[in-house]
Write a protein of this length. Sequence first.
Length: 202
Amino acid sequence: MTSEPGLTCIDGTNYAQTRAGLQAALNALPMSGGTIVIPSNAIITWDSTSIQWNKDHVHLIIRAGATLKLPADASAISLFNITRGGLSANLPLLVDAHEGDVSIRSGLAVSAGDYLWLQNIRAEGQMAQVQSVSGDVIILTSAVFHDFLLSDAAIVFKLTDPIRGGRLSGGFLEGNSNTGASYGIAMSFVTDFTVEECYAAN
């Protein structure tokens, strides 16, 4: 297979079957995303640089038999660095939030649909989405699963411009145990991402 209509294909012609070729294909997508396909039995060779993945709703499909392969002299990296945005300045919670609560109180300026990061002094943290806001009461779409207490210096941040949606499907990730190389995925400030049917080995 050298092409798939409507999809971006790493076919060795339009995009080289290398880490740089895959990065170029990702860079060419709009910020709203799209679908990239690595064809069956392709071997995508890597260097010592991670793929920078900073767009919403990108679906990378690695067809059966395709391999993402680190060279023998690769330094320790993650194959994919999936991140965008960051965190706002933090504010303390105004009242304790207990495990199972579906609301918090804070003076943080947020709106429905925003994502928050809750954290306490024990480095327990949780991402949560805002359902609605009334004054300083923030209703969440799901309950908190730690206690975030004033006595534990509980604080809350707003995620600024997080990646919304993405998927990595299939394929074989081949690392190199001699160099300590990582064949994994580094991910931060991402609100919804699926990894399915991927296999890895040194």
